[in-house]
Design a protein around this ligand. Structure first.
Ligand SMILES: Cc1ncc(COP(=O)(O)O)c(C=O)c1O
Length: 389
């Protein structure tokens, strides 16, 4: 287990009581708590799904940004890790080297890099791990090659293909071929394959709708792969997929590497979209612990988790264990209102909210408390918190 306590000396009051009954009551709120058993079973379940389907698993670290969780994912059999940002990768690689025995972890940067400083950072990172970077433009290839040459490093490259999200990626086979030719002409870059991530597919409600849309996206990626292979290019890695499509990606069979992230925690948005679908059978391991701070009204109470406590892009959290009677709404930056007709909640009582969207919520906290029932088992830092550059 990595030493997630390194940066959390301020929490020593709780740390002194780790493992004791009712230690959860000591936590200052709002606080992120994660059920360690559920987290472990989510990690295991995804690892065994990938193993059974004979696809490589490269979990996306953007969801948790934690060295501890990344380490658990690698130990469960992940071939490497995916990162959205260089800063995330730098922070996690550093910690994995210190705390774990991962000297050459395979790291995929899933967003294209731009500019000389980014190229230089990539080259420096490539000296510390087995680095793969996505590119979607010939200029990006040139920048990366210049940085790799200057530092005499070799960097592996995937061509990022737009499969319908429109965010990044080459738009078609001709552009992919141009990028790959440029990579082949470079002396310090190695072409490894393609990435096609369908972010627009992940939260489509209803498995049939999601399947149709996933097939359409995969067809776009398949056409690019076919064009590359017809031109004699070996496409060893075909990476993509997320929590919402991973079961479909396996059924369709084009991807040989999956990058799901949210499955470690899940969130309200995913729960609503996936329902009882096989992709939704991951447990809600992460909740936001909040305290009732005012009870002077019959039908509602005020809690200490407001707009600043969670990401708000995906709507409202649910109140765990009190649905559908209790409903949450924002009540300002620092407070929330829990409407609960006939409630008997008291001042200081704790409620657990299911965050609407886990990734940006986690990024608002220094630590996550690992719990088992009312016992705080451990604490882990959000190692790459705020590392969005
Ligand atoms: C490129 C990429 N891959 C994988 C993922 C993981 O997706 P999810 O969190 O839906 O599992 C994301 C999430 O945004 C992503 O941007």
């Amino acid at each position: 287990m990595s030493d997630g306590r390194r940066d959390v000396r301020a929490y020593h009051e709780v740390l002194e009581h780790l493992g004791e009954a009712n230690s959860r009551a000591l936590l200052a709120t709002p606080a992120l708590v994660c059920d360690l058993g559920l987290l472990r079973s989510n990690i295991e379940r995804m690892a065994s799904l990938a193993r059974d389907a004979d696809v490589a698993l490269r979990p996306h670290v953007k969801s948790h940004k934690s060295a501890f969780i990344a380490e658990q994912q690698l130990r469960a059999g992940a071939v490497g890790l995916s990162f959205a940002k260089m800063g995330e990768a730098e922070a996690i690689v550093e910690r994995l080297k210190v705390d774990g025995d991962f000297t050459a972890v395979s790291v995929l940067l899933t967003s294209p890099l731009v500019g000389r400083p980014s190229g230089e950072r990539a080259a420096a990172l490539a000296a510390r791990c087995d680095l793969i970077v996505v590119v979607d433009h010939c200029d990006g290839v040139d920048e990366l090659e210049a940085a790799a040459m200057a530092s005499e490093t070799t960097i592996s490259v995937l061509c990022d293909v737009d499969v319908g999200l429109g965010r990044t990626g080459v738009v078609g086979a001709a552009e992919a071929l141009a990028v790959v030719e440029r990579v082949h002409a470079a002396t310090r870059l190695r072409f490894k394959g393609v990435q096609g991530y369908g972010g627009h597919l992940q939260h489509i409600a209803g498995r049939e709708h999601r399947r149709e849309a996933t097939i359409a996206s995969t067809t776009r990626l398949g056409a690019v792969i076919e064009a590359l292979e017809s031109a004699g290019v070996a496409v060893a890695i075909r990476s993509g997929g997320g929590t919402g499509t991973m079961g479909l990606d396996v059924e369709i069979g084009l991807l040989n590497e999956l990058q799901p992230g949210s499955y470690v925690f899940m969130d309200r948005e995913y729960r609503d979209a996936l329902g009882e679908d096989p992709e939704g059978r991951f447990a809600q391991s992460l909740t936001l612990l909040t305290s009732v701070i005012s009870v002077n009204h019959e039908d509602y109470v005020t809690v200490d988790a407001g707009l600043k406590s969670m990401a708000t892009d995906a709507g409202l959290p649910t109140v765990l264990g009190h649905e559908p009677k209790a409903t949450y709404q924002f009540f300002g930056d620092e407070q929330g209102m829990v409407t609960y007709p006939g409630h008997s909640l008291r001042r200081g009582e704790r409620l657990e909210l299911v965050p609407p969207h886990c990734d940006p919520t986690v990024d608002r906290y220094d630590v996550v408390w690992l719990v088992h029932d009312d016992v705080v088992v451990d604490v882990i830092d959000i190692t790459a918190r705020g590392r969005s550059q």
